[in-house]
Design a protein around this ligand. Sequence first.
Ligand SMILES: NC(=O)c1ccc[n+]([C@@H]2O[C@H](COP(=O)([O-])OP(=O)(O)OC[C@H]3O[C@@H](n4cnc5c(N)ncnc54)[C@H](OP(=O)(O)O)[C@@H]3O)[C@@H](O)[C@H]2O)c1
Length: 358
Amino acid sequence: MTLEMRPRLTAGPGSVVVRILAVSVRANAPRVWQDPASGHPLPTPCVPGFASLGRVAEVGPDATVLESGQLVFFDPHIVGRDSTDAVYISGFMEGFNAESRRLSRCEWRDSTLAEFARLPLENCHPLNEQRLLGDIKDGGLGYSLDDLTHLFSMLIPFGGLADIDVKAGDTAVIAPATGRYGSAAVHVALAMGARVIAIGRNATVLKQLNDIDPGRLSTVQMTGDVIRDTEVLRATAGGQGVSAFWDMSPPGAATSTHFTSVLNVLNRGARISLMGSVSPGVSFDYMQIMVRALAIKGTWMSTKEQTRRLLGMVETGVLPLGARAKMGAIKKFNLQDWGEALATAAAEIEPGEVVVMP
Ligand SMILES: NC(=O)c1ccc[n+]([C@@H]2O[C@H](COP(=O)([O-])OP(=O)(O)OC[C@H]3O[C@@H](n4cnc5c(N)ncnc54)[C@H](OP(=O)(O)O)[C@@H]3O)[C@@H](O)[C@H]2O)c1
């Protein structure tokens, strides 16, 4: 990766040029962006990037709502306008078919780890700046731009949580809850009304999570002993049992026993969301799924409607952000310090955000 100067971008039909204010750097970004064998194919050379916040600099002739100066949230899940089979996770991963490669290798190749980016109009969601950044005494929520960067880790987990319809009355297990996506999923599931059981191996982070909502959140440390973990989960769930299970395990967790321990405590008819990257596959008990009528749903990213709904949850105040919601620290880097940002994102797997602010 190198930093270079390029000519100023211009917007055309269907696009918008955005001055990037903050771009998310994920735990696996160094591998994805620097290792051609990462399993995340990219249309190299390209400008990498991912979920971002920015201000509209120029709109194309067909923009109907977006206008110059507007604060926007960029959802990197780009879907073909003429085929939903074409998918490009902007600056992060091209899809696996010819349609996706046409999408990623041509018009939308370059992403947001830059001062300016030309992006699809429909992926730039306008934010209610007055409400989000406005003073509390004027009816605003009093957030800073830093607070809004917590949306980066919530966006994708929300896709899975929404797909299995997590809601008030549910008891939802979130696994693993100790990383950036997992801890964000805990906050989102609580805001969706569920009672949450956050599980993971890291006792220190689980202890920090405990403070988020002592009323509706419990944490359980996974030990790898299926009988013991099942018993503790069952006791924690109590009479209500567990009606939803959200999982976003990384490849390293392929042999983790938490899948079995959680399956053991699911209620009849429970819904399961699988969002991780466990490429060798996970062995779920066929008979348990059949007899207990479990529903399993896989989710890649989130839909436009889900993204809009998540932003609405923040704008209405249902989903609080930042220190007041006991969210993790924001680690910020200049564009010139992208190398340090990547190293930090990979080394420090914990709640909070790692962002480059170009
Ligand atoms: N479906 C989608 O749309 C989508 C989108 C983005 C990413 N993903 C995938 O989701 C996965 C997770 O991403 P992430 O950024 O959250 O990863 P991450 O930040 O590396 O988080 C890893 C989490 O997994 C836990 N973990 C690590 N090794 C484990 C093991 N051997 N057994 C049990 N738990 C383990 C960690 O907890 P402790 O080490 O504390 O136990 C931590 O909570 C990635 O592999 C990514 O490819 C999916």
